[in-house]
Design a binder for this molecule. Structure first.
Ligand code: FES
Ligand code: FE2
Length: 456
């Protein structure tokens, strides 16, 4: 048997993301000039597929992850009025997130202090949480209000009957909860997200589209398919003449945050120098409505300058916001951040995405994937968030309202995921082989997960 040695050069031969930024006419915000830690050590590449398959591993996550970390629960526009509440559920956790005052959001365990019934199903507006079983009742700030036949509970103290409170943090309009006993302050946990997004805020946006799909793959496998661009040329072949693949920048920022930067208007590494500039510009501007496109694009156009200006004008008009100072990178590129364990907010205007991934039910082979599109709120625009669109079995993302072109890309990803889970089951002893750089965010995530679960 012959063996083949694969000698990695350690970096791609194409134009780096920072080199793309060097020539942009409208320069990027400083956050995009930062480069996080490079390649992680080799040890996380020894990731067995059992963690995607076994109930034991899912139970460990149930015990040590979901009940003891910060996680994105809802946007603030989901609960604009006092008494508005939503339910955030994952694994065993069921948490009521409620606007208990004009400027106050609280979160409580969805557990009756009498015999444990859930108090709330879904979302709504109320002044009182009243248990449907025997009628114990609480104010929306968690204060116990009383029970029927109170004479029969001489041993019960109102203070001890407060609803179980859960820590809450709000960041850029995203509401986070932490059900654990001793939460690390969110600002420290999420560092350096606050610094970066101060330069590109998301607070004044609204969930304009929101779609959910139950995917036949473990939540980690589903999420990891969206953390790297290594798969682009194979999975999303229709994009390689205008979107970069192997020269993307990957950054690791501390234990909980990572980032992917992909240049748009720059072909895949293998095609650089072979695609006429005019073709790239004409193709990418098709993302814009027809009246916002230019009919005659010269073949020697400066692609990023041309597209940056087209997108700047189009989005300013579409949303009624002033983007005259927005950089070409913010207007064009894929700028995806990740916050442990399951949340990915994007920065930018062309792909205003937020992802969330959760286990679904008790089957480690099922997950819930959500994509929200966060649009800016111009003068007079509605702040009403979009209702969730749940994809039916067999329904594609191209049918989800607002997801037409992006939906095709997501469908390509989902098609892989069913095969990933099936293939892992076919060899439960398999260990992942991860690329040093392009899959460094996946290794970074598993290192952090191992620590959370007490495995390292
Ligand atoms: S279980 Fe809630 S009032 Fe009895
Ligand atoms: Fe993809």
């Amino acid at each position: 048997m012959t063996t083949m040695s694969i000698q990695g050069a350690g970096s791609s031969s194409g134009i780096s993301y920072q080199q793309v930024l060097d020539t942009d006419p409208v320069p990027p915000i400083p956050a995009l000039r930062i480069q996080g830690d490079p390649v992680p050590g080799p040890e996380p590449t020894a990731i067995g597929v059992d963690r995607y398959l076994s109930r034991e591993f899912a139970d460990l996550e149930r015990q040590r992850l979901w009940g003891d970390t910060w996680q994105f629960a809802c946007r603030r526009e989901h609960i604009p009025n006092v008494g508005d509440h939503v339910l955030y559920e994952v694994a065993d956790q069921s948490i009521i997130v409620v606007r208990s005052g004009t400027d106050r959001i609280q979160a409580f365990r969805n557990t009756c202090r009498h015999r444990g019934t859930t108090l709330v199903e879904g979302k709504g507006n109320t002044a009182v949480f009243k248990c449907p079983f025997h009628g114990f009742a609480w104010s929306i700030d968690g204060t116990f209000r009383g029970m029927p036949a109170a004479w029969d509970f001489p041993h019960a103290e109102a203070d001890a009957l407060r609803l179980g409170e859960v820590a809450v943090a709000e960041w850029q309009g995203f509401v986070f909860v932490h059900p654990g006993a001793d939460p690390e302050p969110f600002a420290a946990f999420s560092h350096p997200l606050a610094d970066h997004f101060a330069q590109h805020p998301l607070a004044d946006r609204v969930v304009a589209h929101h779609a959910c799909q139950v995917v036949h793959a473990n939540w980690k496998a589903t999420m990891e398919a969206f953390l790297e661009a290594y798969h682009i040329s194979t999975t999303h072949g229709h994009t390689i003449r205008f979107a970069n693949d192997f020269d993307c920048q990957y950054d690791l920022f501390g234990p909980n945050v990572s980032r992917l930067l992909q240049a748009i208007g720059i072909p895949a590494t293998a095609l650089q120098g072979t695609v006429p500039a005019g073709e790239i510009a004409r193709t990418v501007q098709k993302m814009l409505p027809a009246p916002d496109r230019v009919a005659d694009v010269p073949d020697d156009v400066d692609v990023r300058a041309f597209l940056g200006e087209r997108f700047r004008q189009s989005y300013s008009k579409r949303w009624g916001v002033d983007l005259s100072a927005a950089s070409d990178a913010e207007l064009l590129d894929s700028i995806q951040y990740f916050l442990f364990p399951n949340f990915a907010p994007w920065m930018g205007w062309s792909l205003p995405i937020a992802y969330r991934f959760r286990p679904w039910g008790d089957d480690p082979g099922q997950s819930l994937m959500e994509i929200m599109l966060l649009h800016p709120v111009g003068p007079g625009a509605s702040r009403e968030p979009a209702a969730e669109h749940w994809l039916e079995p067999g329904e594609t993302w191209t049918h989800a309202p607002g997801f037409e072109a992006l939906g095709m890309v997501v469908d390509q990803d989902i098609a892989n995921l069913h095969r990933v889970q099936r293939g892992m089951r076919a060899d439960p002893t398999h260990r992942l082989l991860l690329a040093d750089y392009q899959e460094s965010r996946i290794a970074h995530f598993h290192r952090r997960l191992n620590r959370q679960l007490g495995l390292s």
